[in-house]
Design a protein around this ligand. Structure first.
Ligand SMILES: Cc1ncc(COP(=O)(O)O)c(C=O)c1O
Length: 370
């Protein structure tokens, strides 16, 4: 039996028909950017996230970069973040001219608030937490730290659109937050797309300008060179926006299926395997399913020989990327340990129960005989 890590095919016939019908209308209408679909996408996401302002952008990368820019992050500033992440948020910090400062992570793969405190200096301007795999960071504690030291919070919600804690959505703890809607994400489209949010009206107006070359251009009314802040083109396409609006309708169903699989893994996998902890008051965003395990590389090869695809995420740690080595002050123990011991196993809505049971059987067999 084959078990792929991701399966991005859209197979639902009714859903496909809906996409084709809309697409036809869309071609006839001949309007391809910053129109009704973008506004609808922004409305749907605003309602779901309970955010005052949402702006569709061309990718999660753009979203995080613009979120940082909107908070005035610039040369000479330090931004505290995690080394156990996709390199993009680190690149976004550096692209603002600021310095990424790395704090250690906790057992849930998320930035550790105690480690953040140790990294604060006079130059620290912001904290950038990333919710690993969709599990929210300890945002209550991080918010307290930010308040005490007068720091901005910019959440990287690329992996956590659906996540909540105590009824509060991912992204609602920040001055500005960025989300990714690339096709691999549970709320993903069929191309590159992202979203940036804020609850502050002035920040929203500034973000709107940053999205369109630092100007107040509006493709329907006027294009102007009246640039107030250096920026490039970060606009989302109409086509991605309308597909995302349709995708949003199926999101709960997708996450419910991923939760079923996650519960099976938690209940049935050998007790030597460790999982991210999800408390009763929280909803996990279910981007991927990470485990912490012994003999990781051997397990990975064993699963591969049984046609089960797995992944190691975010290798090497960001401070070991050639371009960021100069910012590495020390080895961070938990991040190093998790990098050596974690494995991402398949968990997506297109997996059948027999595929999930097959993964469980093979992992348990590996530990029984090794
Ligand atoms: C943690 C994190 N940040 C940022 C991004 C960037 O998002 P995008 O690929 O939409 O640019 C990703 C994408 O996977 C991500 O995982």
């Amino acid at each position: 039996m084959k078990v792929p890590m991701f399966d991005l095919k859209i197979t639902n016939k009714k859903f496909k028909k809906e996409i084709f019908t809309k697409f036809n209308n869309f071609l006839d209408q001949g309007y391809f950017f910053m129109g009704k679909s973008v506004l609808e996408f922004e409305k749907v996401t605003k309602n779901f996230l309970k955010s005052k302002y949402t702006l569709g952008v061309s990718s999660g990368s753009s979203a995080i970069y613009l979120a940082l820019k909107s908070q005035g992050i610039k040369e000479g500033d330090e931004v505290i973040t995690t080394p156990l992440t996709w390199i993009i948020p680190i690149n976004a910090i550096a692209a603002c001219g600021a310095t990424p400062v790395f704090a250690d992570v906790d057992n849930n793969f998320n930035i550790d608030p105690n480690s953040i405190i140790k990294k604060i200096t006079k130059k620290t301007k912001a904290i950038l937490p990333m919710h690993f795999a969709g599990k929210l960071c300890d945002m209550d504690l991080i918010s307290k730290i930010a308040k005490k030291y007068n720091l901005k919070i910019i959440e990287d919600c690329a992996q956590s659109y659906y996540a909540k804690i105590n009824g509060k959505n991912a992204g609602s703890f920040s001055h500005s937050a960025g989300y990714s809607m690339n096709p691999m994400k549970p709320f993903g489209g069929v191309g590159e797309a992202g979203l940036v949010t804020t609850n502050n009206y002035k920040t929203y107006l500034f973000l709107k300008k940053l999205r369109h070359a630092g100007t107040s251009s509006d493709p329907r009314k006027k294009i102007t060179n009246n640039c107030v802040s250096v920026s490039l083109n970060h606009k989302i396409d109409e086509i991605n926006a309308f597909i995302l609006v349709l995708m949003h309708k199926n999101l709960k169903q997708k996450i419910d299926r991923c939760n079923q699989i996650a519960n099976l893994y938690k209940r049935e996998l050998n007790h030597k395997i460790l999982h991210q902890v999800t408390n009763k008051n929280e909803i996990h965003g279910r981007y991927v399913y990470p485990i912490v395990c012994k003999k990781r590389n051997k397990l990975m090869n064993y699963l591969k020989s049984n046609n089960i695809e797995t992944k190691i995420f975010n290798q090497p740690l960001c401070y070991d990327a050639p371009v960021y080595k100069k910012f590495k002050k020390e080895k961070l123990n938990n991040a190093e340990r998790l990098m050596k011991n974690h494995l991402i196993i398949p968990c997506h809505e297109n997996l059948s129960n027999s595929q999930v049971l097959y993964v469980i059987e093979k992992i348990n067999k590996f530990y029984k005989f090794s």
